[in-house]
Design a protein around this ligand. Sequence first.
Ligand SMILES: *[C@@H]1O[C@H](CO)[C@@H](O)[C@H](O)[C@H]1NC(C)=O
Ligand SMILES: *[C@@H]1O[C@H](CO)[C@@H](O)[C@H](O)[C@H]1NC(C)=O
Ligand SMILES: *[C@@H]1O[C@H](CO)[C@@H](O)[C@H](O)[C@H]1NC(C)=O
Length: 408
Amino acid sequence: MLLWALLLKAALCAAVGNVTRDVCKERVCSCSALEGDLHVDCEKRGFASLQHLAGPSSQFYHLLLHGNSLSRLFPNEFANFYNAVSLHLENNGLHDIVPGAFLGLQLVKRLHINNNKIRSFKKSTFLGLDDLEYLQADFNLLRDIDPSVFRDLSKLEVLILNDNLISALPTNIFQHVPITHLDLRGNRIKTLPYEGILEQISGVVEVLLEDNPWDCNCDLVSLKDWLENIPQNALIGGVICEAPTRLQGNDLNETAETDLCPSKEGADSSLVAPPTQDEASDPGPPPTASKTSGVTESQSVGGGHNKGRPKARENWQLKTPTAAATGAGERETPHNATCPRPCACKLIGARQGLGVNCEGKKIESVANLKPKPLSAHELNLRDNNIHTVKKKPLPRLLELEFAGSGWE
Ligand SMILES: *[C@@H]1O[C@H](CO)[C@@H](O)[C@H](O)[C@H]1NC(C)=O
Ligand SMILES: *[C@@H]1O[C@H](CO)[C@@H](O)[C@H](O)[C@H]1NC(C)=O
Ligand SMILES: *[C@@H]1O[C@H](CO)[C@@H](O)[C@H](O)[C@H]1NC(C)=O
C-alpha cells in the first residue's frame, strides 16, 4: 500500500515536473467522512487549475469544488483525482470545457456543473465519464447541444437542464441513454417531437416542462398523447400554451386535439406515433423517491438569475422505474468508500474501476473481506488460506486470482 502510494506520487511528480500537493495530507482542503463517505471539501479555495493538486489515491471520495475560479477545464484536468465518485463544480464561472477535461474520471456517477456560464455541449464534452448517472447543468447559458453529446453516457438517468437557453433538443439525443428524470423547465422550447425524442425516453418517471413557450399546434399532439401514456404523476407541473393566441394560457392536458390541430380531421393519423404497448399498459411503480424528495431550495447556490422557481433537485434519486430495466441492482450498489482490510486497492483498466490486491494476507474466506469490495473488477487472492469459494463471490468481478491459495 505504502509502496504503491510512493510510486504513484513519484510518477505524478515526474509527469508534471513539479510538486503535486495532496489536498488532504497537506490540508489544502478539508477531508472528512460523512456517513461513511469521504468528502474532499475544496470549496472556495481560489483554485484556477487543479494541475498541481491530487486527491487521495486509496479511497473513493466526493470532490467538492464549488466557488472556485475553474473557468476553463483543460484536458486531463482531473487526472490526479481519479478516485472521485462525484464532482461538484457549481459557481466557478465555468464557460469552457475543453474535450478531454473529464478523462480519467471513470468512477464519477454525479456531475454538478450548474450555475456556471456554459454555452454549449460539444460532442466530446463529457468524454471519460463512462459511469455518469446524474448530470446537473441548470442555470447555465446552454443553447447549442451536440446530438451525440450523451452518446457514450450509457448510464445517464438524471438530466437537469432547467433555466438555460435551449430552444430545441437535437434529434436522437437520448438514443443511447436510459433517462428516467428530465428537467427542461425555463428554456425556450416550443415543441418536443415524438420521433427522435419522446420515443427514446419511454422509461421516464419524472419530467418537468414548465415555463417554456409551448406552441400548441398540430406538432404538439404527439406530446399530449405521450404525456397521457407515461406513468401517472410523472409530469410535474404543466405544459402551458404560449401560442397561438387563442390557446395562450391553456394547459395542454385540457386542450382538445381538435383545438391543437383544427384542420386535422381526415389527415393521416398515423403521423402521430402511438405509444408502445409497454408504455400504454404498464404504468410502472409510482416514483416514490421523487415524492419525498420534493423540490428543495437547500442546494440553491445563489446563481445570479434565479427565477423564483423551485430549484433543481439535488436529491433526485438514481432509481430505475420498471423491473424490466436491467442491471438496476448493480447500478444502485454504492461504491464503498474504503478498501477492504488488509488489502490494497487501485484503479485499473479503462473504465471498470477497482483492482483489489489481497495477496499474502492470510485471508481465509472472501466473506471475511470487510468492507466487501463490491465494485471490484479484479481480485487478487494469491497466497492466502482460502479453501473454498462461491462460484462468483462478487457481482462485478471479472478476474480472480487464487494461485497458491490452496483452493481446489
Ligand atoms: C512548480 O511550479 C510552480 C508554477 O508552475 C513554480 O512557481 C514552482 O517554482 C515550481 N516548483 C518546483 C519545485 O519546480
Ligand atoms: C392538468 O394539469 C394541471 C397541472 O398543470 C392539473 O392541475 C389539472 O388537474 C390537469 N387537468 C386534467 C384534466 O387532468
Ligand atoms: C463501507 O463499509 C463499511 C464497513 O463494512 C460500512 O460501515 C460503511 O457504511 C460502508 N460505506 C458505504 C458507503 O457503503
